[in-house]
Structure formats: C-alpha cells, structure tokens
Ligand binder design. Structure first.
Ligand code: SF4
Length: 302
C-alpha cells in the first residue's frame, strides 16, 4: 500500500486557488485557435520544404555517382598519392598549398636528394636548410615552419610515430590536425585519406567548380556541406570491378607504394573520385573557362 498523502498537502493558498479555478477574464479562445492553426501551417510548410530538400539532395547524390562512374569508365584509376611513404604524403600536402604539383615535385626531389624525407630528418634539419630545399614550392619560410610544427606535434602526441598517430579514431585525429598551424580542412582530409587510408573525402577547388558549373552547389558552399554531400554520394557508389577497362586510360601517376596500399572500398572510391575530379579540373574544367567539348561530363550539363 502506498502511504496516503494528507489532503491538506494538495491545498493551494486561497488566492492561487481562485486564480486557477476561475476562467481568465481576458482569455480569448478564438485567438488560441488562430495560433494553433498558424503553428500547424508553419509545421506543414517546414515538412514540405524538408521533403523537397531531401529529394533535391538525393538527386544530387545520384548525379555525383554518375559523374564518378562516367569518369572512371573513361579514364580509370588515377593512382593518388604518388609517394613512397606516408610521411612523404604529409610533406606533399603541406607543399602543395597554393602551388602546382610540378613545383611540389621539384621540392620533393630536393628533399629526397638530401635524404631528409623522413620524420627524423625533418626534426633534425636546420630551418634555413629546409627552407632552401623546399623553395621551389613557394611560401618556403611558412611551409618549413609548418613542417617543423607537424613533427613537433607528432613527437609530443605520438612519440614521433606515424603508426600511432594513424591508430587514432578518424574524427579525433581530424580535430587534432585542424588545430595545427597551416592545416585547414583540405590538408587535414588529404592527410587522413591519402596518408591514413581513412574514409574522408577531400574537397578542393576543382570539386567546387565542377559542382557549381553543373548547378549542384554554389562554389562558396561551406567545406563541410560539400564534403558531406560527396561522402553520401560516393559511399553508395557501385564498386567498379577492377577488370573494368577504361575507354581512354588517363592515369595521373604511375602506381606507387602509397597508392597501392590496402584501403576499404569506400576509401578507394574517395581516392579515385578525388583524383578523377582533379583530372577533369586540369584538363577541361579550367578556372578561366570550361572546355566542355570532349569532357566526359558534357552530357550531364544542366
Ligand atoms: S568542362 Fe564543362 S562538362 Fe566538363 S566538368 Fe566542366 S562544366 Fe562540366
């Protein structure tokens, strides 16, 4: 049995009881009904808008999958990243900021020639010497300092071990990388996808331009929004069979020890997807003017 609560415990003070029991003098029930109808109609139009957004988004995802499949069927795998080791990928992601890949290759050749393309060597090399070696990649002072910052981070957090670093869960590692000087989302995601074989799509200017010119997303859309769309689209892309023969093979690079590393099917599609978009951007979808004639994506133009 529950203990009975004495009735007095429920007793309201006299004044409060009167206020509760009596209808409010100025209460307007018509106004309440109007308000309810207004809320219902707002909710309904919100749901209609939400449904339209979902339909538009799933249509965009389907378009992106078709672009990927068309490009892959035309050109085949692009074999990114052209590097012998994961640390070389990381150095490359810093060096490629605001410059062309040819310049990056020249700087990497210098580093390789001086035998300093390793965590240990970058830790030891005097900054002035590092600046001299990476000079062809431009912004050499800034980039040398950022490489030193990365190695200091690796030493502090992971005892200098890339393997330990890449054992960190993707989102947590991404957050840490984004805290480093000179690491924006594109650099962090390049390190994760190409260095760590993580399922993270890299959004760059080529992808933004392509999506904008095909009426999918404006070019200034926030990075995370573009990444989310690309990941939703490509993670559901049908895997292309390795035996599929491209019509006109156009590999950006020869297979390298890093491009041949094992990765999940989704990470492989992100890898190829990004590489193929870069290839379109460099060959056809130029910043100054698109050359749509001959571009495999021409048939998808709005
Ligand atoms: S070049 Fe033309 S067809 Fe090709 S991706 Fe750019 S806008 Fe599309």
């Amino acid at each position: 049995m529950y203990a009975q609560k004495p009735l007095t415990a429920y007793k309201l003070p006299e004044k409060q009881w009167q206020e509760t029991a009596q209808p409010q003098k100025n209460m307007n029930f018509g106004k309440c009904r109007d308000h309810t109808r207004r809320v219902e109609s707002q909710t309904l139009s919100h749901l209609v808008r939400l449904r339209a957004d979902i339909l538009r988004s799933s249509h965009s995802e389907q378009q992106i999958r078709e672009y990927y499949q068309t490009l892959y069927a035309a050109w085949g795998p692009q074999h990114w990243w052209p590097a012998r080791a994961r640390f070389e990928v990381i150095v490359g992601t810093y060096l490629t900021q605001n410059t062309s890949w040819n310049n990056v290759e020249a700087a990497l050749r210098n580093l390789r020639g001086a035998n300093v393309l390793s965590v240990h060597a970058i830790r030891k090399i005097p900054v002035a010497e590092l600046e001299r070696l990476i000079r062809p990649a431009g912004y050499f002072r800034q980039k040398a300092a950022r490489l030193k910052t990365f190695v200091a981070f690796l030493d502090r957090q992971y005892g200098g071990s890339l393997s330990r670093m890449f054992h960190r869960p993707t989102e947590k590692l991404r957050e840490e990388l984004l805290q480093l000087n000179g690491v924006g989302p594109e650099t962090a995601d390049s390190i994760l996808l190409y260095g760590g074989q993580r399922e993270v799509f890299v959004v760059d200017a080529y992808a933004r331009r392509l999506l904008a010119r095909h009426g999918i997303l404006p070019e200034n859309t926030a990075y995370e929004e573009v990444r989310s769309l690309m990941e939703r689209a490509l993670s559901a892309a049908t895997a292309i069979l390795p035996s599929a023969v491209p019509m006109q093979p156009l590999p950006a690079h020869e297979p390298s020890p890093v491009s041949s590393l094992r990765r999940s099917p989704v990470a492989q599609i992100y890898n190829d997807g990004h590489g193929l978009i870069v290839a379109v951007g460099k060959r056809f979808c130029l910043k100054s003017k698109p050359h749509c004639d001959g571009c495999p994506l021409q048939k998808f133009l709005p």
